[in-house]
Design a protein around this ligand. Structure first.
Ligand code: ADP
Ligand code: MG
Length: 256
C-alpha cells in the first residue's frame, strides 16, 4: 500500500515543488513505484516532471470533480520514471466549484484509494496556501513533509502550518502527522542559517530530517529543461542530496 505524503508549506518559493519532483525521481531511481500529484494550478511540478501542462487531456482537476479516475488522468513520465497526475490553470476553478459539492475535502483521498495498492509512494505537491486544494492534500495523506529555508521568519510560518495540521488531524484525518522538516537551499557559510538549523533541531528533535539540501544552481536550472535535478544532472551536489533524502525516507518508512 502506498505511503501518501504531502509536501506543504503555506509560503511560496520555499522549495516545495523542487522537493516533490526530486524526491519522486530519487525514489524512482531506487526502485520505488511513485505517483506524483500536482495540486498547484501553476503546474510547475507537472512541467518539472517532463509533462506539458498545456497538453494534458485530463488532469487532477477532472479527478477532483469526479469526471475521471486517477488511472485515466495520470501519465507516465518516461524520463523521470514515475507517474504524474498533472495540473494546469483549470485547477484554479476547482476551488470554487468544490464549494457546492459533498465531501469536498475528501475527493482526492477517495480517488487515490483506488490506486494506492499499485504504488509505494504517492507525493502531493501543494500550492502555497491553506486552501481547499491543500486541504484535499492533507486529508489524503499519512503525513506531511515540510521543506523550509533556515531563515528567521521560517519558524514563525511554521506555527500556522503546525496548527493547521493539528486541526486537520483532529477533525478530518486522524492519520495525519508531520513526517519531518527538510532543510533546503542551505548555505552553511551563513551563520544565521546554522543558528536557525540548530534551533530547529532543539525544538523538533528527530522530526528534522538528517539530510540537508544545499543551495545548488543545478537544481534551479533543471526545471527549465523540464526535469528534476536528480534526472537532469544526477552528479550535482543538490541532486546527490535529494537521492540521499529518498533513501532516508525509505529507511524511515521501514521503521515500525
Ligand atoms: P515552491 O514550490 O515552494 O514555491 P520551488 O520549489 O518552486 O518553491 O522553489 C522556488 C525557487 O527556488 C525555484 O526557482 C527553484 O528552482 C529554486 N530552488 C529550490 N530549491 C533550490 C536549491 N536547493 N538550490 C537552488 N535553488 C533552489
Ligand atoms: Mg511550487
Amino acid at each position: 500500500m502506498a505511503k501518501i505524503f504531502c509536501v506543504a508549506n503555506q509560503k511560496g518559493g520555499v522549495g516545495k515543488t523542487t522537493t516533490t519532483v526530486n524526491l519522486a525521481a530519487g525514489l524512482a531511481k531506487i526502485g520505488q513505484r511513485v505517483l506524483m500529484v500536482d495540486l498547484d494550478p501553476q503546474g510547475n511540478a507537472t512541467m518539472g516532471s517532463n509533462v506539458d501542462k498545456r497538453a494534458l487531456a485530463l488532469s487532477v482537476y477532472d479527478v477532483l470533480l469526479e469526471s475521471a479516475s486517477v488511472d485515466e488522468a495520470a501519465v507516465l513520465s518516461e524520463k523521470c520514471g514515475y507517474h504524474v497526475l498533472g495540473a494546469n490553470r483549470e485547477l484554479a476553478g476547482a476551488e470554487i466549484e468544490l464549494v457546492e459539492v459533498e465531501r469536498r475535502e475528501k475527493r482526492l483521498k477517495a480517488a487515490l484509494a483506488e490506486v494506492a495498492d499499485r504504488y509505494d509512494f504517492i507525493l502531493i505537491d501543494c500550492p502555497p496556501s491553506l486552501s481547499m486544494l491543500t486541504l484535499n492534500g492533507l486529508c489524503s495523506a499519512h503525513g506531511v513533509i515540510v521543506p523550509m529555508q533556515c531563515e528567521y521568519f521560517a519558524l514563525e510560518g511554521l506555527t500556522d502550518l503546525v496548527n493547521t495540521i493539528k486541526q486537520v488531524h483532529a477533525n478530518l484525518n486522524t492519520e495525519l502527522k508531520i513526517i519531518g522538516l527538510l532543510r533546503v537551499m542551505f548555505d552553511p557559510r551563513i551563520t544565521l542559517q546554522q543558528q536557525v538549523s540548530d534551533q530547529l533541531k532543539s525544538h523538533f528533535g528527530d522530526k528534522v530530517f538528517d539530510t540537508v539540501i544545499p543551495r545548488n544552481v543545478r537544481l534551479a536550472e533543471a526545471p527549465s529543461y523540464g526535469l528534476p535535478g536528480v534526472v537532469f544532472d544526477p552528479a550535482a551536489k543538490g541532486s546527490l542530496a535529494y537521492l540521499a533524502f529518498a533513501s532516508e525516507m525509505v529507511a524511515r518508512i521501514a521503521q515500525p
